[in-house]
Ligand binder design. Structure first.
Ligand SMILES: NC(=O)c1ccc[n+]([C@@H]2O[C@H](COP(=O)([O-])OP(=O)(O)OC[C@H]3O[C@@H](n4cnc5c(N)ncnc54)[C@H](OP(=O)(O)O)[C@@H]3O)[C@@H](O)[C@H]2O)c1
Length: 629
């Protein structure tokens, strides 16, 4: 919805929800006509005032309720019939004022006894627009009391989701009237975002008329070029992306870089630093833990005493330690949180007084979309995102970039091949170094506060989301994706197959999904009774395999599926008899499987070392719920 030309942002902030609600209710649903009588409850409130303007514009006669201290205000709007919103007297008053005829339309936001009273004052074939949410009546209740009345309860959020085209039409009609000056901004009181507490206190007193607007400070949107006479701090600067950013910054003209990390530079880092120095930049390596306030203070102190003024921070310190939350020790959780939570906060607090041009956090797409086994990492990055928004609210620079995985360097590139495949199969495309740096460059010269940089194949991504799982952030996108509701190809194949063929089909499908999850080339090597955890399935993969089975069979499965049915045979039996509602002719060749399994086990245990055996046992115990670390 574009801002009306002649209005300030604060004025425009009073419009959208109030006018959309009132216009949708009175014009779109009730189709209010000139000369009709309309009762507007709480007419001094935001929606109430918008409704008053819309009813006046439509040429309707207004009956308004409000608390007595607000009556004068309503009179100033030219309303003649004003009644108390705190008592039920309005009903008798309306009947008296209208010589017993009542009103044609009620716009209601009050509950309890007000609802039947509203129905009493409605003229025959009246329209009852209900914008309340709590304690409202069912259509049937209204029908029983007043079968002639049209009842319109609605929730604007739902309308926007289900009929976006209607909201677009209403918005267009309203925008036209605002631009023409036929409808005007509501009275409002502005608080700067730094006084948000006062704004809530003011609203709590319920004395305000119209809206309370919280205004964000103006942030300069001048492009922030890298300056040679400034210093720039890159936390995690000795890590993969940190070093890449350092090289990019020097190419952009930076002359003074500070790279920080806990460990001394690796050989590769030393080489890169050497090259940067050869190119004419001064590079200071300041070691310290970003999650320790004293270390950050020391780093900043060193910059302020011996380097040009600090003008920019790239916060790229981070650690990855994936695992299911239920298996995660507190130590593993805090290890990942430390640089992003405490570290970001330390940087924020200790640079508050510095006139920075930018404060960029290297966040991850995990905080927007989640990721298997990345609960700790997602939470840590979400904190950074929030700090950046908080900083912007304070009028400070801030940008959080939710990076997808980078292709050739960094923590994603270092993942093992199974985890890499997990990324690939989810539809996410890794970021090439050059493209990533281009994105960084363009974002630094923009004024956005949070941006995801994520090459992605959306159809592929949507297909692998487990059935029934909602990603709030992608709601609109996913509900619009037809393939999500279509039958899976395998399910169709299974249904079309003869009863005698289904067992083999399902067995092959289970094996193939196991092989995909484990990165195994040959599905037939997976024995029917071979425990999958012995094949290398870990708890993360167990969730992934369960998700794959869910998508392929179009069903919901328990998160403990693989712990309860840890072999192909157990899975097959369970899925065929308890999950898939199809007939199976079921037949297992017991001897062949037992023999094959015995051969497999015997040859495996002969080859296995004592350490490997101990590891296997520990894994097995963990998988059975014994992980107490
Ligand atoms: N690479 C990706 O695909 C990707 C994707 C999305 C987001 N990101 C984010 O981008 C940033 C850089 O990633 P990367 O791939 O370059 O990772 P990296 O190669 O592992 O570098 C991270 C650096 O952070 C430092 N660090 C970790 N904890 C620290 C602490 N408490 N205090 C100071 N330094 C600390 C590490 O050095 P020490 O261990 O020596 O301290 C390491 O050199 C991370 O924040 C990551 O979350 C990366």
């Amino acid at each position: 919805m574009p801002k009306p030309k002649q209005m300030s942002f604060a004025e425009a902030a009073t419009l959208p929800l109030t006018f959309l609600t009132a216009y949708y209710g009175l014009q779109h649903l009730a189709k209010i006509q000139p000369g009709e009588r309309v009762l507007i409850h709480a007419a001094a409130g935001g929606v109430g005032q918008a409704a008053v303007q819309i009813a006046q514009l439509a040429g309707a006669e207004i009956f308004a309720t409000a608390s007595p201290p607000k009556w004068e205000f309503l009179k100033s709007l030219g309303i003649k019939h004003i009644m108390n919103s705190r008592t039920l007297d309005f009903a008798d008053q309306i009947m008296e004022l209208t010589a017993g005829e009542g009103v044609d339309v009620v716009l209601n936001s009050l509950n309890g006894e007000y609802i039947p009273k509203n129905l009493e004052v409605l003229a025959p074939q009246g329209r009852f627009v209900e914008i309340g949410k709590i304690g409202i009546w069912e259509a049937q209740q209204v029908q029983e009391k007043r079968p002639d009345v049209s009842y319109f309860p609605f929730d604007l959020g739902e309308v926007a989701q289900q009929q976006p085209e209607v909201i677009a039409q209403v918005s267009e009609a309203l925008t036209h009237r605002w631009n023409q000056g036929e409808l005007v901004a509501l009275p409002h009181k502005v608080f700067p975002s730094t006084q948000i507490t006062e704004a809530f206190r003011y609203m709590q007193q319920a004395k305000n008329i119209g809206k309370v607007v919280v205004e964000m400070p103006q942030v300069s949107i001048d492009p922030k070029s890298i300056q040679p006479e400034a210093s720039y701090l890159i936390t995690g600067g000795l890590g993969a992306l940190g070093l890449e950013v350092a090289q990019w910054m020097v190419k952009q003209g930076a002359q003074h870089l500070v790279l920080s990390g806990r460990r001394a530079p690796s050989e590769n880092a030393q080489k890169v630093i050497g090259n940067l120095e050869t190119a004419g930049a001064s590079v200071s390596v300041l070691l310290g833990d970003i999650s320790r306030q004293e270390d950050v203070a020391k780093t900043l102190e060193a910059i302020s005493t011996s380097l040009p003024p600090l003008k920019g921070v790239i916060h790229a310190a981070g650690v990855l330690d994936d695992g299911l939350v239920k298996n995660m020790s507190w130590q593993r959780f805090t290890k990942v949180m430390a640089p992003k939570v405490q570290g970001t906060w330390n940087l924020h607090q200790l640079t508050l007084d510095l006139p920075l041009d930018f404060f960029v956090c290297f966040s991850s797409i995990a905080s927007l979309l989640g990721g298997p086994g990345q609960g700790n990492y997602a939470a840590a990055n979400a904190f950074m995102d929030a700090v950046v928004h908080y900083r912007r609210g304070l009028g400070l620079p801030g940008l959080s970039i939710n990076w997808g995985g980078w292709a050739s360097v960094g923590m994603t590139a270092r993942l093992d091949s199974i985890n890499q495949k997990r990324w690939e199969s989810s539809g996410v495309i890794l970021i090439e170094l050059e493209r990533g740096m281009q994105a960084l460059e363009s974002l630094l010269s923009d004024s956005l506060s949070q941006v995801a940089v994520l090459p992605i194949n959306w159809s592929k991504f949507v297909k692998q989301i487990p059935r029934g799982q909602k990603i709030q952030f992608l709601d609109a996108l996913i509900s619009a994706e037809p393939s999500f509701t279509q039958k899976s190809a395998f399910r169709e194949q299974l249904e079309a197959a003869a009863v005698t063929e289904r067992q083999e089909l399902l067995t092959n499908q289970i094996r193939s999904l196991i092989a995909k999850t484990l990165g195994l080339p040959d599905t037939q090597k997976i024995g029917m009774r071979q425990p999958l955890f012995d094949l290398g399935l870990d708890s993360l993969m167990a969730v992934e395999l369960k998700n794959r089975l869910e998508s392929s069979l179009e069903t919901s499965l328990s998160s403990t599926l693989l712990f309860d049915y840890p072999t192909v045979e157990a899975l097959l039996e369970y899925l065929a008899s308890d999950v898939i509602l199809l007939d199976f002719s079921y037949d297992l060749d017991e001897t062949e499987n037992v023999e094959q399994e015995e051969i497999d086990n015997a040859s495996r245990f002969q080859e296995i070392s004592e350490d490997e055996m101990a590891n296997l046992l520990a894994k097995k115990l963990e998988s059975l719920g014994g992980n107490k670390s």
